[in-house]
Ligand binder design. Sequence first.
Ligand SMILES: *Cc1c(COP(=O)(O)O)cnc(C)c1O
Length: 391
Amino acid sequence: MEQSKIAEIVRNYRLTEGEYVMRPTMPALEDYTSYLRGIWDRRMLTNDAVLHQELELRLREYLGTEYLALLSNGTLALMIALRALNIDAGEVITTPFTFPATTHVLSWSGVTPVFCDVDPITFNIDATQIAGHISSRTKAILAVHVFGTPCDTAVIQAVADRYGLYVIYDAAHAFGVKYRGRSIVEYGDMAMLSFHATKVFSTIEGGALVCRTPAQNRRIKLLKDFGISAESEVIEPGINAKLDEFRAAFGLLNLPRIESEIASRKRISLIYRERLMGMPGLRFLPVLDEVEANFCYFPILVNNSEFGMTRDELNDLLRECNVMSRKYFCPLMSRVACYVALPSASPANLPRAEILSNQVLCLPIYGTLQVSTVHQVCDIIEAGYLCQRCR
Ligand SMILES: *Cc1c(COP(=O)(O)O)cnc(C)c1O
């Protein structure tokens, strides 16, 4: 786009204050200080204390699941999942279209990631291609419900059952999502959640691991606390993945607000869709019948030849207008230096993921985002589109 046209759009539409892709949900400060009073009175700051126990219980109720361990972050939840399933060598089949943590936990656990291409509609691992990547070294499938859209869990489970593999879901984006009438965390052998400040439900830093059996649950609780049993015996090499009382309090205050947070995000998502739908060359996540979504992100795909601008040009334009859109997930994990040499990282193995990561752009969405700001973001995109059209 010509520099003069960009300058004109910036002049007309620039936001006076920077707008981020997301802002954390904050409880009222007075409510938080009353929890602090309790923590000060009890002088129990961490180690499975009362607020930790209460949040764990509330999360089990809200998510409709039996076994859930609260942890200090989602990354450690994934590492503990691998350890609890004794996956410490061999290969795990996974997606390149994700946040670095998904791939890094495999590397930290001595496991080789094997990248499988994605489904172009849902952006999730293409379940039908998984079998083609299985070798004698394959231990598990680590799939991500990207942007909260459920993976093809039935096909993934069928492949896993046929070849005797574990299924672990990175459900960092999928808090509160329901699929085919069930909580998303009920799928697979284990499901990880992240409660990082940027996620739909937050404890500032935090996470959880959902499993299926009392034995797995006991093992996870052991692993998160240095491998020390209730009798103070050291059973195995554990790690420290405990969530403290300050963060548990933050979570206890945010949890009752989750439904209204998701409802606000849904409204914003509908405005984006309505405003942007008429512009050829933009594509959105599908609205799926069997999914109760959480609207955690609002990604758009920008098709250069139809839209008239590349994703990077649109991203630059938005940023000049003070809208901090983000290229999630670009680069693919198969393109970063530590994994690029893997045989499965070759672009020829991942043609759809390559296109996706070149087209995707996430727009601002969070509960307290002003409707007027959503319209301003759409105005900028529209102005860019029209400007390219009238050349
Ligand atoms: C946020 C995120 C993680 C990491 O979770 P933390 O709680 O930040 O450790 C892992 N995977 C995905 C897909 C994420 O978005």
